[in-house]
Design a protein around this ligand. Structure first.
Ligand code: NAD
Ligand code: UD1
Length: 338
């Protein structure tokens, strides 16, 4: 298939590109590099042993996007491009709505003019809000609790309407739980700008000495060891889920949302302990106050993905930690160290 990938230079995009190229798909990457580096794409080319085109385009530029689509003639679009920092979205909501919502509308307008109507969208477990029950299945009510989450929900609704507007239009929203890990080569991985917000990059940067210690947000939750529980999923499993979703698009004639997680929760301390074992590094810890807005437990019912996509997670927490460590220790300053 010919697949246009927006945000392909980012963390999840690069890993998915490798999987797509490995399965024989042709790709065109569109990225404005606002949170990534073209070096990441060079590494994907090297690892895949195949070349592909990449264009520096902001997805809000409908005209340039349309031109690129008319030329490439994609049969499907995988849409990763977007901003993703929850705290920043509270401080700069309009920037988030512009990038994530206007950007997605611009992409769909370009597709209406120039491309096939098959679409995969990067959504998030954050669309569920606080759990009314666990594990979260796709029937769980949705509720945005910050502008980032609202932007994801708005795009899901827009995709639902878009699918109703034209026969043969299919859109799958993949609701990711907590992506972690890296490609086993250690050549590509997560490279957050500034101080990271998420747990795994904080652990990895502490291990490599970029951060002095890991702050554990809350140790008095009603959980086995008192720390927050999440459903961490290896980024290569997540990448495979996109390839499975591409196959499923053929049979899907409408909008559907599908959880992508392992179905298993892991606490902060459990993840740290596994990381220490895999990396043979000691992670200095400080137990601090709970982080505002944090939930105690978040994990997926991943059975719909297994049923519809014939996909389930295969890589365990050892692999998540080992691969993160390989990436971080080989690239202590991320791509900017090159
Ligand atoms: P990332 O920031 O590494 O990648 C996003 C890419 O999109 C970057 O390369 C960035 O330069 C590009 N981009 C952003 N705005 C753009 C624009 N207007 N035009 C063109 N390119 C633009 O993030 P990621 O972790 O790879 O996440 C990919 C997608 O998955 C995002 O939509 C994110 O919201 C979603 N998601 C991520 C997580 C996670 O924990 N990483 C969890 C749930 C959902
Ligand atoms: C965050 C986002 C969420 C997004 C998800 C996946 C927030 C409020 N939410 O949630 O929208 O969908 O990532 O990308 O940012 N922790 C520490 N110390 C740290 C960092 C985190 O103890 O330095 C703890 C947290 O309290 C939590 C767990 O680690 O219990 C995971 O945190 P994080 O990686 O930020 O993910 P989420 O909280 O799930």
């Amino acid at each position: 298939m010919k697949v246009l990938v927006t945000g392909g230079a980012g963390y999840i995009g690069t890993h998915t590109l490798l999987e797509l190229l490995g399965c024989g798909h042709d790709v065109l990457v569109v990225d404005n590099y606002s949170n990534s580096s073209p070096i990441a794409l060079q590494r994907v080319r090297k690892l895949a042993g195949r070349d592909f085109e990449s264009l520096q385009i902001d997805i809000r530029d409908t005209e340039q996007l349309t031109e690129a689509m008319l030329e490439f003639q994609p049969q499907a679009v995988i849409h990763f491009a977007g901003l993703k920092a929850v705290g920043e979205s509270v401080e700069q909501p309009l920037r988030y709505y512009s990038n994530n919502v206007d950007g997605s509308i611009s992409l769909l307008l370009a597709m209406d003019k120039a491309a096939g109507h098959n679409f995969i969208f990067s959504s998030s477990a954050t669309v569920y809000g606080a759990p009314q029950y666990l594990p979260y299945d796709e029937k769980h009510p949705v509720k945005a609790v910050n502008p980032y989450g609202s932007s994801k929900l708005m795009v899901e609704e827009i995709l639902g309407d878009w699918c109703k507007s034209a026969p043969g239009t299919a859109a799958i929203s993949l609701r990711y739980f907590n992506p972690v890990g890296a490609h086993t080569s250690g050549e590509i991985g997560e490279d957050p700008q500034g101080i990271p917000n998420n747990l795994m990059p904080c652990i990895a940067q502490t291990a490599v000495g970029r951060l002095p210690q890991l702050k554990v947000f809350g140790s008095d939750y009603d959980k086995r060891d008192g720390t927050g529980e999440r459903d961490y999923i290896h980024v290569m499993d997540l990448a495979r889920a996109h390839v499975a979703a591409l196959d499923y698009l053929e049979q899907c004639n409408s909008f559907d949302a599908i959880n992508i997680g392992t179905g298993k929760g892991l606490t902060v301390l459990e993840l740290v302990k596994t990381f220490e074992q895999s990396s043979q590094q000691v992670i200095p810890l400080e137990l601090v106050e709970r982080r505002a807005g944090d939930l105690v437990s978040v994990y997926a019912d991943a059975s719909k993905a297994s049923r519809l996509l014939n996909w389930s997670a295969e890589l365990d927490v050892d692999a998540m930690c080992r691969d993160t460590w390989r990436w971080q220790s080989q690239n202590p300053q991320g791509y900017s160290g090159e």
